[in-house]
Write a protein that binds this ligand. Structure first.
Ligand code: CTP
Ligand code: ZN
Length: 150
């Protein structure tokens, strides 16, 4: 039995668990946590029974709406959201890939208007595991392995 948590428990807020290690900083970016003024703590390359290694992020005093947090499904499809109130886990949620993505991801097509002009990207998600997204503007498909986050 471990004596200490690797990342300290929080009193109130959100714990995002089971993030793939490669996705940690992408999740931070997607949720704009660099702009968050609350206490944000995270750990990477932590041992995980299910995943081998994983990352975890703890955000004090922040509670996310589904549509805000579902965007992270693009990079962390098995992430689990734990809502913490007074040190207790009061809710667990899984993330769901949205059917439409605006911003976040670049269009793979170099000739796409979104890569030439200051137009926010927009995609229809065709499949979620693995991710395939169709650009609203050029209709080219961006796949998971080509997916670049802004
Ligand atoms: N946690 C926390 N602060 C608290 C309570 C929980 O940071 N006050 C964290 C735990 O460290 C854990 C996550 O929230 O990473 C979920 O807590 P819990 O449900 O108790 O852990 P598990 O049963 O291991 O979660 P699961 O099996 O659902 O992944
Ligand atoms: Zn495009």
């Amino acid at each position: 039995m471990e004596k200490h948590l690797k990342v300290s428990a929080i009193k109130d807020g959100t714990v995002i668990d089971h993030i793939p290690t490669k996705a940690l900083f992408k999740v931070i970016k997607i949720l704009k946590l660099e702009e968050c003024s609350q206490m944000v703590t995270f750990g990477n390359n932590l041992d995980s029974k299910a995943m081998g290694t994983k990352a975890i992020i703890k955000i004090a005093n922040r509670f996310f709406a589904d549509e805000e947090v579902n965007k992270i499904a693009l990079v962390a499809p098995h992430a689990k959201l734990n809502t913490i109130r007074d040190y207790e886990v009061i809710e667990k949620r899984v993330v769901e890939t949205p059917s439409e993505i605006r911003g976040i991801v670049k269009c793979f097509n170099p000739s796409c208007i979104t890569n030439a002009e200051n137009i926010p990207t927009r995609f229809d998600v065709l499949s979620d595991k693995p991710i395939a997204m169709k650009c609203f503007y050029c209709e080219k498909i961006t796949n998971e392995n080509e997916m670049a986050i802004f």
